[in-house]
Structure formats: structure tokens, C-alpha cells
Design a protein. Structure first.
Length: 112
């Protein structure tokens, strides 16, 4: 395993990774409840409008990349990322340089 120097100051945004669990409300109806899997600090990079235009991409395909220290818990694409009162679906997970030091989470904002 390679050793890399990482500036801890780059992880300057707090995020939560949650999974949805089904419970029942007081009337017996099923409801989805978020269960926190991981609280983490991340570096956040968003796709800029210029890049979308340059690559002739649709603005619906704008992604936000969250990079965190590699977690001890398993993160899956079925989980959600919560950041600044917004919810994001996980589209892609990348173990940066395949060395279990950083995990890049490519997400798309959930719009209602």
C-alpha cells in the first residue's frame, strides 16, 4: 500500500450518509426513515456550468463529488448523502488510487 500525504484541511464540509429503513407510523402505514450510517467530513466539488456546456452535457447530469477518508463501514449505491439540507443519490463510488485512503462518492441531487 502506498503512503500519501493528505491535507486534512481539505475535508471541510460535514456530510451524513444514510440508509432508508421502513417503519410504520402510529396509524400502521409504512414510512421510510433515514438511519445514519456515517457522519463524515468531506471535500465537495460540483460540476460547473461551463464544463457542462463544454462537454455538451445536459444540466440534469450535473454531479457533486464528495471525497472522504476511506470509511470502516460499507457504503453502497442504495444509500443517500445529506449535505446542507439537500439529499443526493449515490451514482458512483471510487476508491481513489485503489489504496483505501480516500473514497470518492459521485452524487446527483434529488429534486422533487
Amino acid at each position: 500500500m502506498k503512503k500519501r500525504d493528505i491535507n486534512a484541511g481539505k475535508y471541510n464540509r460535514k456530510i451524513q450518509i444514510v440508509k432508508m429503513t421502513e417503519e410504520t407510523d402510529a396509524n400502521g402505514f409504512p414510512i421510510d426513515t433515514p438511519e445514519v450510517v456515517l457522519n463524515a467530513y468531506a471535500s465537495v466539488n460540483t460540476t460547473r456550468g461551463y464544463l457542462l456546456i463544454k462537454n455538451n452535457s445536459d444540466f440534469e447530469k450535473a454531479y457533486t463529488n464528495f471525497t472522504i477518508r476511506y470509511p470502516k463501514v460499507a457504503i453502497t449505491k442504495e444509500m443517500l448523502v445529506l449535505f446542507r439540507d439537500k439529499t443526493y443519490t449515490i451514482e458512483y463510488l471510487n476508491d481513489v488510487d485503489e489504496d483505501n485512503i480516500e473514497l470518492e462518492i459521485q452524487c446527483k441531487e434529488v429534486t422533487h
